[in-house]
Design a protein around this ligand. Structure first.
Ligand code: PEP
Ligand code: MG
Length: 876
């Protein structure tokens, strides 16, 4: 077996070994801090490989580890001049998890190991502080009882709360040594009652119980959920860090705190943190006592504060990133317990990256690579309309910016269920815990009654880019009756509220929103991204409003204009229906003639916005019955308007009915059966172009796209149809027209026969929605019913309708790309399925050298950044 235990100040991972993989993030960073000469309590890391072994060998810990751990404990004993289990001068240790990437709060930690009925007396005598010793012991029983022995925390918490009530005190700090003595006995009774065993007095039994529990916590429900949401592989495992305890709760010259080297909410370069005098770390995050702003430490513990400031600088220089730090002060001595890259809001991520380029800490290339493209669209979405009327019912801390409205729900599971029913929710909790992760993910926003800016809710929400208001003490939650009160207001489950994570306000009802302003920093990052990307980015838009938004976001043309969306307009649908219900060609042509001016005007508007850029217009794609009325009442209305009988219409609906419409009379098959429809659409496109020419508007280059092609013959026939129409219009207006004709590749046969098809196509655009559907044979509309089972059973890593299935659908794209380019070197290749805006898929499209991606307007900046990252990572 290779080296499995690493001492912090001498971790000795061989070069070439990725030390984060072996030591986990926490272990690696503790080792790095020790190496930098920072004050880190002595300790060691048990490698992630042991976790792998643990699960492979029936949850056993190898003998070698037991021996080596003993050795390492004796090293800590030597450094700290204390002894584990000693009756006079006992060493206490913490056992903490630490995986390769940070999974905040998802796994377990046990503090104060090494205390028992006897050593607690030793600790009392040595420190001269009985209250502290007993408080530490009860914390151990409580944590060990919960994490290792599986006893629910509330059994312990209720005992403390009831005791405080009888004693008439509010804070834990008001309890004396004797009070804790009584509670320790009560806690031990709880352990005995729940486990039928006494609380372990053997300190080594405590240590191994804790190490095993940390390994087991890798597979806890919440850790699994977090991994699923964040695509973290199950096989990575966690490392375990064993470290000498230092105490922030030994008196008023002690403290504990958490800090960020920059503001994680806004990105501003300022120290941001909270601390508590005479407390242990868990008190700061648990929200049981309200922590103080770290800046005030400059007054209360000035020397330590100055030392911290220097360390923050040193760490930022070393990691070249904003750090999230935990520290403790024990009898006026500072100890560093953790540093890691801090979670931040998308807005802060951008500001920090741009500032760090200015500070010459990182290059602009690194800045581009640092920002998670998936979080960008939260910045682009609307914020609360300042002019809208607002009924503010509470205020809390502005923990994570953004506005969200939804139905109040008090449980994470309920939020998840409502999301499945497409309902927006705001998760309202006294405070959140890692158990709530699924609900936080499902909810639109989070509101908590307790907890500070670094509470669980705040940190997790910022990481998710979700609006969060935390610590709103006016909000009094009554879980049992499913309501909360705030002042005179009572809000029940299901009522709609709005939260504003930028101001910390909570409002009744749904408050309207307005477009958000794009910051200068954001534009800067986008320009850097543009410099480094090869893929062009277009948009999927069919309305002038969407086209305008997309253009403002940097779209370099339209990659998909779904013309059927123009058919659904209230004024036009009647003519569309008349066209479909027509019994003769002449009647159909008459109805189409009514649609022509509408379509033409739409195109003029879009062409005006897209001046000079390419615009891909897809000819009609969906089956005609989609446009017909469904209910008897609607049929009656149409019958009246079209002067037809109810039965005539019903009969036509039955005639058009298809067993399998996705594979039925749709796409280019419509153009083959009813060429007059495609002729009208082409006439509208080219007449619009002629009109733009007349008005001296810089002309777009239309790219006419034929959907659902599977054979070369289809595109050959339809290309002729387009060419003929263009000739007519050229003659009519005596103008020249530049245009292209191409096809969607969205059927496996089309991908395979790409060489033949390319003879008649100037471009291919991969319709990965249909291509995924037809490659897997999974209906894109019905897959929701079973996709989760497929992800749970690890058949799919990710939903293939969201992230491209590289090995199957991707293989077809590769084949079509290669075969198409063999026939026509200049063939332009793009993508217009939903995958065009998905960063993971964009990496693949860069790899197979497509020319562009096209996505919905709000995804355009996401795609610009992801395309730059894809190119830079490919070059690495
Ligand atoms: C596709 O199939 O990927 C596509 C873009 O077309 P639609 O979603 O309109 O079928
Ligand atoms: Mg399609």
């Amino acid at each position: 077996m290779n080296k499995l235990i690493y001492r912090f100040n001498n971790h000795g991972t061989k070069s070439g070994i990725n030390s984060k993989e072996v030591l986990g993030g926490k272990g690696e960073n503790l080792a790095q801090m020790a190496k930098l000469g920072l004050p880190v309590p002595p300790g060691f890391t048990i490698s992630t490989k042991v976790c792998e072994y643990f699960y492979r060998s029936n949850k056993k810990i190898p003998k070698k580890i037991i021996q080596e751990t003993k050795k390492e404990i004796s090293v800590i004993e030597k450094i700290s001049k204390k002894k584990f289990g000693d009756l006079l001068n006992p060493l206490l240790v913490s056992v903490r998890s630490g995986s390769r990437v940070s999974m905040p709060g998802m796994m377990d930690t046990i503090l104060n190991l090494g205390l028992n009925d006897k050593t607690v007396i030793g600790l009392k005598n040595k420190t001269g502080n009985g209250r502290f010793a007993k408080d530490s012991y009860r914390r151990l029983i409580q944590m060990y009882g919960n994490v290792v022995l599986g006893i629910q925390s509330h059994f312990f918490e209720e005992l403390i709360e009831n005791y405080k009530l009888t004693k008439g005190v509010i804070q834990d700090t008001e309890l004396e040594e004797e009070d804790w003595d009584g509670l320790i006995q009560n806690f031990k009774d709880v352990v005995k009652e729940k486990t039928k065993k006494i609380f372990p007095q053997d300190v080594n039994e405590q240590l191994w119980g804790a190490i095993g529990a940390v390994f087991l916590s890798w597979n806890s429900k919440r850790a699994k959920t977090y991994r699923k949401i964040n695509y973290i592989p199950d096989h990575w495992g966690t490392a375990v860090n064993v470290q000498a305890m230092v105490f922030g709760n030994m008196g008023n010259d002690c403290a504990t705190g958490v800090a960020f080297t920059r503001n994680p909410s806004t990105g501003k370069k300022e120290i941001f943190g909270e601390y508590l005098i005479n407390a242990q770390g868990e008190d700061v995050v648990a929200g049981t006592r309200t922590p103080k702003n770290l800046l005030s430490m400059d007054k209360s513990m000035s020397k330590i504060f100055q030392q911290l400031k220097k360390i923050f600088n040193k760490l930022e220089k070393k990691y070249k990133d904003m750090q999230d730090i935990e520290f403790t002060v024990e009898n006026n001595k500072l100890w560093m317990l953790q540093t890691r890259s801090g979670k931040r809001t998308p807005k802060a991520a951008i500001k920090i990256a741009v500032d760090m380029v200015q500070e010459k800490l990182i290059s602009n290339k690194e800045a581009v690579l640092r920002i998670d493209p998936n979080t960008l669209d939260t910045l682009l979405h609307p914020t609360l309309d300042a002019k809208a009327e607002k009924k503010i019912i509470a205020t809390g801390l502005p923990a994570s910016p953004g506005a969200a409205s939804g139905k109040v729900t008090f449980s994470a599971d309920k939020a998840e269920r409502l999301k499945e029913q497409m309902q927006d929710t705001i998760l309202v909790r006294i405070e959140t815990s890692p158990e709530d992760i699924n609900g936080m993910h499902a909810a639109k926003g989070i509101l908590t009654a307790r907890g500070g800016m670094t509470s669980h809710a705040a940190v997790v929400a910022r990481g998710m880019g979700k609006p969060c208001v935390s610590g709103s003490s006016e909000v009094k939650i009554d879980y049992e009756n499913k309501l909360f009160k705030s002042g005179d207001h009572e809000v029940s489950e299901g009522d709609i509220i709005t939260i504003d994570g930028a101001s910390g306000k909570v409002m009744l009802g749904k408050v309207p929103t307005v477009k958000s302003n794009i910051s200068r920093d954001f534009s800067k990052v986008m320009l850097w991204a543009d410099k480094y990307r090869k893929l062009k980015v277009r948009t999927n838009s069919e309305t002038p409003a969407d086209a305008k938004i997309a253009k403002d976001f940097g779209a370099e043309g339209i990659g998909l204009c779904r013309t059927e969306h123009m058919f659904f307009d209230e004024k036009r649908i009647i003519s569309v229906r008349q066209m479909i219900l027509s019994k003769t060609l002449d009647d159909r042509k008459e109805a189409l003639a009514k649609l022509l001016p509408y379509q033409k005007n739409d195109f003029v508007e879009i062409f005006k916005i897209m001046k000079g850029l390419p615009v891909t217009v897809r000819l009609l794609d969906p089956p005609l019955h989609e446009f017909l009325p469904k209910t008897d009442k609607d049929i009656d209305n149409i019958a009246k308007e079209l002067n037809m009988s109810h039965n005539d219409i019903k009969f036509r609906i039955i005639e058009l009915h298809e067993q399998n419409p996705m594979l039925g009379h749709r796409g280019c098959r419509l153009g083959i059966s009813f060429p007059e429809i495609y002729q009208m659409q082409c006439e509208a496109i080219f007449e619009a172009l002629a009109e733009c020419k007349k008005k001296k508007i810089k002309l777009v280059i239309p790219e006419i796209m034929i959907p659902l092609v599977s054979t070369a013959a289809e595109i050959q026939i339809l290309r002729n149809l387009v060419n003929k129409k263009v000739e007519e219009i050229k003659k009519k207006h005596s103008i020249k027209i530049k245009y292209y004709v191409g096809t969607m590749i969205e059927l496996p046969r089309a991908a395979l026969r790409a060489k033949d098809i390319a003879k008649y196509a100037d471009f291919f655009s991969f319709g990965t929605n249909d291509l995924t559907q037809t490659t897997f044979g999974i209906s894109r509309d019905d897959s929701g019913k079973f996709l989760n089972d497929y992800v749970d059973n690890k058949i799919f890593n990710r939903d293939p309708f969201v992230s491209i299935d590289e090995r199957g659908v991707g293989e077809l794209i590769k084949i079509a790309t290669e075969r198409g380019r063999v026939e026509k070197k200049s063939l332009k290749l793009g993508i217009c399925g939903e995958h065009g805006g998905d960063p993971a898929s964009i990496k693949f499209f860069e790899k197979v050298k497509l020319n562009y991606v096209s996505c919905s307007p709000y995804r355009v900046p996401v795609a610009r950044l992801a395309a730059a990252q894809a190119y830079l990572e490919k070059k690495k």
